[in-house]
Design a protein around this ligand. Sequence first.
Ligand SMILES: [Zn+2]
Ligand SMILES: [Zn+2]
Length: 322
Amino acid sequence: MPPRTRRHFLKTTAATLLAGCSPRPIPPTSNQQLTTSNSNSIIDLHQHTNYSDRTDGQLLAHQRNMGVTTTILLPAGHPAERPSTHMGRSNGLAARTGPNETCYRLAQEHPGQYHFFANETPDVENARQEIEKYLKLGALGIGEQKFNIDVESDAFTLIADLAKDYAVPVLCHFQIGMYNHGYDRLWRVLDRYPTVPFIAHAQTTWANIDRNADNDPRNLYPKTPVATGGLTDQYLSDYANFYADMSAGSGLNALTRDPDRAKAFILRHQDKLIYGSDCNDLPGKPPICQGALTITAIKRLSPSKQIARKLLHDNAAKLFRL
Ligand SMILES: [Zn+2]
Ligand SMILES: [Zn+2]
């Protein structure tokens, strides 16, 4: 299915507004908390325990070397042989990452520096109970949701309902043909859950900054110049409850493939873009560490230091009340 056109999108949005169901803006938190952070603090929205078998000690060193001061750990679901996990092939978020208890433990050991999300394979019987257990223990959100399901399925709805009930964001990995199918229909979910912040991540999110994105699973990291106004650009502009996570090779590629368009994109969406690393290397330094390269790219391409601060710290601090 081709991406919806801007015209169609605006028509839909206008109809929604007329129907009185416009997305409600997320209430801003006080700026008081933000002033306490020093100007070099960096919040990393997207890391994992046991990532490609990296130890906790190696993860801590990696984050220190990147200059990250606060890390949010995203658990995998527990291993399950379900269609949602490609019958087990995508267990551990397809990267051998650890489940809830590993993220919770590390956050307990490093209060203030490490936080955690709650997660579970969304179509297993005890998914709700497992996620609720960790939300009650202080999880900041639900995710990383990276499963072979449709955004309009019962499994996805369970996650969105939980996020609504507990007033937390959901972080989703969108990858055409693999995970969270129906990115072009996500607007229906955004309309249905105006109070839930959805944080979009991965290849399909970032390929769709381009109006001409081909959404071909064999072309997940396009290098061509960007035609402004892709689906992700539209969601960011039109939905107060849609955010984008800049992590991984896909986020970095979106910044570097067309630097002039990237600068304009950052300017337009300076309050909705959130830095994350999602890298599994050991050094935590350039040239190997993609998370460190993304920090450099954000600093280089942001129109001002203040805007770079928003991406690297303030937007996450506001959303998660850190
Ligand atoms: Zn990840
Ligand atoms: Zn790294």
